[in-house]
Design a protein around this ligand. Sequence first.
Ligand code: HEC
Ligand code: HEC
Ligand code: HEC
Ligand code: HEC
Ligand code: HEC
Ligand code: HEC
Ligand code: HEC
Ligand code: HEC
Length: 388
Amino acid sequence: MKKAVILAVVLSLSLVGAASAARMGPGPSKDPNTGKAYAGSETCKTCHAAQYKDWKNTIHAWMVRPIARGDLKNAKADLTVAGAPRADQYDWAYAIGGWYKEERYTFWDDKGNIIDGEFEYTKPKNHFSLRKNKDGSLSRLDWFNECANCHATGVNYKERTFVEFNIGCESCHGPSADHAKAPKKVKGVVDSTTESCSRCHIRARMKGNLKAFNYPVNYVVNQPQTMMKDVDPEPYTAPGSFWPDQKNANRHRQQYLDWVKGRHSTVSGLTCATCHDPHKGSLDYRTGQLRADPRALCGSCHGEIVANPKKHSGHRYEVASCTSCHLPRTIASGTVSNHTFEAIPPSKSLRYVDAQGKPRMPNSCGYCHTKDSAADLDAKYKVIFKKN
Ligand code: HEC
Ligand code: HEC
Ligand code: HEC
Ligand code: HEC
Ligand code: HEC
Ligand code: HEC
Ligand code: HEC
Ligand code: HEC
């Protein structure tokens, strides 16, 4: 009897040991497509101190933060709000996001997997809600399969490994351990393509037997054609993800899906990195990584319009900026702006209505002209732009 108890204690102790030893976390990882090894951003810091320092001042470097049972101090949400998670509620693992749109909370399951749980904090509304499955049970998502490739660096979907949390140097520069060891022999890789950013700034799932992965897995640096290989992008007909014009996004992280619908995507050499500085920033989500103030940025190519905004749009720049009409924040309670660059006309709000005749989609004008109906705005639009 006594022996059995001791054995049970020893067994359970070793199980606890095994469970924590098997906990998913950063470690050695290789690119699943090329077999090249990752080194991690701390390794790059030694020789690229300037880029490292700039990068640390972008949200890319601060998305995933550790929490623990009894300790939610790395959460950004206001935990005094009704419905907030309790510090002792789960074996907490990591808090995700919380900078501008929402924060989510993960915990460990008994196999050491990171599970994205039910709590969702909506930042602009300062409000907590519970995510549930169709059958009413609490949402439980495997963080590795559902989120990892976009919120961690050096993810190997075949081996369930990654080199570090957050969007580190090698998220954009690719596996660089060989370069870091012998920079004179192996050159660092620069990838300024739109796809380099878009493999994360997209909503898409893999097809066929890789369907478990909620992100593109085949991307190889400087091979933009690999990004969409065997990928099922969110369809433009999905009502929760796009507005009824089947063009403009209605959910976050769809910048690429917006992008391909606009003419900027057809301009040779114009990519995400033309307007966004991938390193430099501030922790201000909105304009954190813009290369210049939008007026100067748009003006570098649309000089004539910026020189005479009133002629272009009927508004002085101080009253309505290029971004207020062309990157309206139509997504997720106004937290994310549109990347089709369309100044959405009021005629779309008139065309797409529900059974009661209420508009099912916003337009660029209504955010400021809040007292005007869509019909009033449509009339005003025609005065300025002389079109339907
Ligand atoms: C031991 C020093 C050292 C380490 C560590 C190191 N690099 Fe480099 N890296 C260099 C040198 C030297 C160059 C070439 C000179 C230059 O342009 O700065 C370079 C150049 C680069 C370039 C530019 C290539 C180009 O064509 O302009 C990139 C990108 C780069 N490194 C990325 C990384 C990343 C990512 C890491 C971390 C995984 C890293 N480096 C670690 C020394 C290093
Ligand atoms: C979000 C993507 C992204 C991340 C993260 C990123 N870079 Fe870059 N990096 C780029 C792009 C794109 C360029 C090409 C130049 C440009 O557009 O400014 C570049 C250029 C460079 C260069 C060439 C010299 C220069 O500054 O233009 C070096 C060196 C470099 N990066 C190192 C790093 C290191 C080290 C880190 C991590 C501390 C890092 N990068 C993080 C995308 C990124
Ligand atoms: C590995 C995935 C990944 C890659 C690659 C990536 N991003 Fe991001 N990006 C994210 C995630 C995730 C966030 C949200 C982070 C948060 O809110 O904590 C984000 C946020 C941003 C933001 C808003 C935050 C800020 O600091 O202003 C900008 C702008 C941005 N990304 C641009 C880019 C550009 C440009 C590139 C390519 C040069 C790029 N991203 C590459 C995943 C990625
Ligand atoms: C295909 C890549 C991708 C996948 C998969 C993905 N995300 Fe993201 N996520 C992003 C990007 C890019 C952003 C920032 C851009 C934006 O908000 O438009 C973001 C933003 C967020 C934010 C808002 C951050 C803030 O600071 O407000 C949260 C929270 C988040 N993601 C949680 C998750 C969770 C949880 C999962 C898995 C269940 C997940 N994401 C899966 C790419 C991804
Ligand atoms: C022609 C310039 C331009 C290009 C190209 C561009 N962006 Fe942006 N982006 C902007 C501007 C301007 C803002 C700020 C909008 C605002 O004030 O709300 C922005 C904001 C963002 C934000 C965060 C904040 C927000 O308001 O949504 C993300 C994330 C982002 N861009 C990602 C991307 C990605 C990914 C690409 C490539 C597919 C891209 N951008 C291409 C101009 C550009
Ligand atoms: C690097 C140059 C460059 C920058 C920077 C740039 N644009 Fe453009 N933009 C172009 C070119 C070139 C076209 C024309 C494409 C065509 O006609 O096929 C264009 C087209 C457009 C269109 C028509 C789009 C459509 O799909 O019909 C709009 C709107 C626009 N730009 C707005 C902006 C705004 C707003 C900014 C600043 C945030 C900006 N652009 C920054 C080069 C640029
Ligand atoms: C009050 C809203 C509004 C503002 C502010 C505004 N635009 Fe526009 N812009 C529009 C509309 C609407 C159209 C489409 C007109 C049409 O269909 O003929 C347009 C069209 C464009 C085009 C495409 C022109 C073409 O030949 O197809 C570009 C480029 C552009 N705008 C750039 C800018 C820039 C740069 C700024 C900042 C100085 C700016 N816009 C400010 C509403 C605006
Ligand atoms: C960023 C805010 C903003 C946006 C976006 C905006 N407007 Fe305005 N608009 C104003 C303000 C403020 C005035 C008041 C006049 C002034 O101060 O110059 C105004 C004035 C006007 C006027 C003249 C006065 C009136 O109300 O009849 C018209 C017409 C107009 N806007 C139409 C539009 C249309 C059409 C759009 C969309 C394509 C639009 N506006 C987008 C802020 C905005």
